[in-house]
Design a protein around this ligand. Structure first.
Ligand code: ZN
Length: 606
């Protein structure tokens, strides 16, 4: 039934109404909730939904609480939905729009990632709502044709207006005050638009004049640390949907992996059946148990009391017939392995979780487990050293290099002594001789003059200076380096700039290789390679951070000492600087000193 509210309520032109500051004189009426409104009026069309017909909140019971947070008389101002795909999160926004238009009119803004996405969203989502839900259609029947305001970016309705913007276009984000905002797919929003900065900040500004405003942020997450929806969810009360086990009744969150590392879903190879293991009783939960479990489920906050409501839901909760079955999820998981892009998509859209970049950290214990007895003569062509200078000691890693930059780690030595005095440097010279080091890189960040003095006497030793920034290559490209050497030579000792961030990326990637061969790093069963050595080697982690509004990657230390890692990176750089193409067969010159770039005035010790 369609109530004849237009004929009984005097409505001025919506826009005039707007600037005249708002719906005060709209006839007061009892407010219903968004879920009740949806159950009563919302119609899903075959154009916008796989299940055309009347909306039933019972079909997706987990949406009821969320819908009702959007009701006009509810005090919550910010709601965050971090959802996997195909769980009905788009319908939440559409139900809310219908409710606002027909039942609780106010100025509303919908923001899509870009103007192009806006076009598609209006055609595929909004237009079906406006045309196929009778009570909404009735709002526009008489007005649409004569109202110029009914455009792609603007829908006037009695008592309010719907503005539709793209986060990449500040001009489209409306300059008037807005009470209700829906931001869809916020993880695809740009981090900055023009001179205006972060579009989310811009949008928040628009709502400030309304004490009873609401902002709904919706998205599947993307990359950990650079995901807007995850950042917002982490600030929220972080709700998860707990459902009861049909066997033991224990309420639990359905997880892809339990905390102890076991997978929630299990596949029976013999029968092909896929089922979920209750984390409490271990019994099999079957797909057909799901409707009842969902109906009895409840949202529980991990951080009760916070103002922002956050909801996370994975694809494991998909109602039967709406999204993927557990069996399909299992198949997708199997298929996704071995392909990073597929796996990322699976984690983001199917599980609704953020993706942690791989190759960013290593397991020290896994490295400790692969110490090996070296052959009598490992097939090395070059021996390098990387030296780290501390106040009270020098630390040096010695590496042997084979074809394909396969690395035989030979030793790690610690030489105690005041590095401002010459004695410890004499020890270093002796240690290098003993190990047969052919090329070495020494960190010049500390006691620089001593490092220079040492290298000055040894043309095969170079002072190195670590420079940070993911854009800096491990060693300079040849042309740039030649230019620099030409100008610097006159001024004294050249220092090699080492792109340590790239060095760590390369080293960590290689430490993850499991098969000896090109790039593989060997470690000998030797006292020098103990827990502490590997703990330092694994001391850093690549994380994605946000500076201002831009995401960037940075290595962070997870423990105070990391000298063995620095030594290894300098040794790697020394190998590259030695200028030998170790992959080329003609370069095989086992144990002979390679042809090295010489510095003018450098004196060979030997
Ligand atoms: Zn159970």
């Amino acid at each position: 039934m369609i109530p004849a509210r237009k004929s009984t309520t005097p409505i001025p032109h919506a826009r005039a109404h707007f600037y005249g500051l708002l719906a005060r004189h709209t006839r007061p009426r009892p407010l219903t909730s968004v879920s009740s409104w949806s159950d009563k009026y919302r119609v899903l069309t075959s154009k916008g939904s796989g299940e055309p017909g009347s909306w039933r909140t019972d079909r997706t019971p987990y949406l009821r609480e969320i819908l009702d947070q959007l009701s006009a008389n509810n005090a919550t101002q910010r709601i965050v939905l971090m959802f996997a795909a195909q769980l009905g999160k788009t319908e939440v926004g559409l139900n809310w729009i219908g409710y606002v238009m027909q039942h609780a009119p106010a100025p509303m803004l919908v923001v899509l990632p870009t103007l192009e996405v806006r076009k598609r969203w209006v055609r595929q989502r909004l237009d079906p709502l406006l045309q196929e839900t009778p009570i909404i259609r009735s709002l526009f029947d008489s007005r649409a044709k004569r109202d110029a305001g009914n455009a792609e970016d603007l829908k006037d309705f009695p008592g309010g207006m719907l503005v539709i913007g793209g986060a990449n276009s500040p001009a489209s984000l409306a300059s008037m005050p807005i009470r209700y905002v829906l931001c869809d797919e916020v993880d695809r929003f740009p981090w900055e638009v023009g001179q205006e900065g972060d579009p989310l900040g811009l949008i928040d500004e628009r709502t400030k004049t309304f004490p009873r405003r609401k902002v709904l942020l919706v998205s599947t997450p993307t990359v950990k640390g650079a995901s807007r929806i995850e950042t917002e969810y982490d600030k929220s009360d972080a709700r998860e949907y707990h459902v009861p086990c049909p066997h033991c009744g224990e309420y639990q969150v359905l997880r892809w992996r339990h905390d102890d590392g076991r997978y929630g879903l299990t596949h029976n190879d013999a029968t092909g059946a896929v089922y979920y293991h209750c984390k409490e009783c271990g019994e099999r939960i079957e797909e057909h148990h799901k409707p009842d479990m969902l109906a009895r489920g409840r949202w529980i906050a991990r951080h009760p009391g916070r103002d922002v409501r956050g909801y996370h839901l994975s694809g494991l909760y998909s109602p039967i017939g709406l999204g993927f079955t557990w069996r399909e999820l299992w198949q997708k998981w199997q298929e996704a392995h071995g392909d990073t892009a597929n796996l990322k998509r699976f984690i983001n859209t199917t599980l609704g979780e953020s993706w942690e970049e791989q190759g960013d950290n290593i397991e020290d214990l896994a490295l400790l487990a692969r110490l090996e007895e070296y052959p009598e003569k490992p097939p090395m062509r070059l021996i390098t050293a990387g030296v780290d200078v501390q106040k009270d000691r020098l630390e040096m890693t010695i590496d042997g290099w084979a074809a394909g930059e396969e690395c035989w780690t030979l030793d790690h030595v610690i030489l105690p002594g005041d590095t401002a005095r010459p004695e410890v440097w004499e020890d270093l010279a002796e240690a290098m001789t003993d190990a047969g080091v052919q090329y070495a890189g020494i960190d010049s960040g500390f006691n620089t003059s001593m490092v220079y003095a040492y290298c000055e006497k040894r043309r095969w030793c170079v002072a190195m200076k670590g420079v940070t920034g993911m854009g800096r290559p491990l060693i300079e490209d040849e042309k740039k380096r030649r230019q620099r050497l030409r100008t610097r030579r006159k001024k004294g000792a050249p220092v090699e700039p080492i792109g340590v961030d790239q060095g760590k990326v390369l080293l960590y990637a290689r430490l993850k290789l499991l098969q000896p061969g090109p790039g593989y790093v060997h470690f000998p069963s030797d006292a020098a390679f103990d827990d502490e050595y590997f703990a330092q080697l694994a001391a850093e982690k690549l994380v994605t951070k946000i500076k201002g509004t831009r995401p960037f990657q940075e290595w962070v230390q997870t423990r105070p000492r990391n000298e063995t890692l620095d030594c290894k990176v300098y040794s790697l750089a020394a190998m590259r600087l030695a200028g030998k193409d170790l992959a080329a067969p003609q370069a095989i010159q086992t144990q002979s000193r390679p042809q090295l770039p010489r510095r003018v005035g450098g004196l060979s010790r030997r």
